[in-house]
Design a protein around this ligand. Structure first.
Ligand SMILES: Nc1ncnc2c1ncn2[C@@H]1O[C@H](COP(=O)(O)OP(=O)(O)OP(=O)(O)O)[C@@H](O)[C@H]1O
Ligand SMILES: [Mg+2]
Length: 129
């Protein structure tokens, strides 16, 4: 991978859910890049679409929600680039955990309060790398 390529490139991405009165837009046309070694924070009020956007990037929005998404999510791995929005489940399960991971919103159910965050991250890295 060229060092100047972003690790992730989200382009004109949006998510809509079916609703009684048509469609509800949860994420409206967002675009951003995450560069190598860069830390990016998405900030916004409750309900503004941060979790839906993050879940969509890793393709974890439940199919049963009827969510409809548009736009692109390009992941540039060291040896290839993958468009996550159209990747197969088989391809996604090779990427999740190894290249893209998520700590879910409710920390008491996602992290062990008896261990430090650093210890837990080190543990996951030991499993995956
Ligand atoms: N499965 C779903 N079906 C329908 N609407 C949904 C679904 N999931 C989320 N939404 C709606 O999408 C909008 C964005 O929700 P989201 O959870 O992404 O907000 P958030 O920015 O993460 O908020 P918070 O800061 O409270 O975590 C909200 O109006 C929410 O009700
Ligand atoms: Mg959230």
């Amino acid at each position: 991978m060229k060092d100047d390529l972003p690790i992730v490139s989200v382009k004109n991405f949006g998510v809509e859910f079916p609703s009684g009165v048509g469609r509800f837009t949860a994420v409206n046309n967002i675009s951003f890049d995450i560069g190598r070694g860069e830390i990016v924070a998405i900030v916004g009020e409750s309900g503004s679409g941060k979790s839906v956007a993050a879940l969509s990037i890793i393709q974890l929005l439940s199919k049963s929600s009827g969510a409809y998404s548009e736009g692109g999510i390009l992941l540039n791995l060291p040896d290839r680039s993958i468009e996550l929005s159209t990747a197969s489940e088989a391809e996604l399960s090779k990427i999740r955990g190894k290249h893209v991971s998520m700590i879910f919103q409710e920390p008491m159910t996602s992290l062990n309060p008896a261990l430090s965050c650093g210890e837990q991250i080190a543990f996951f890295m030991w499993i995956y790398f």
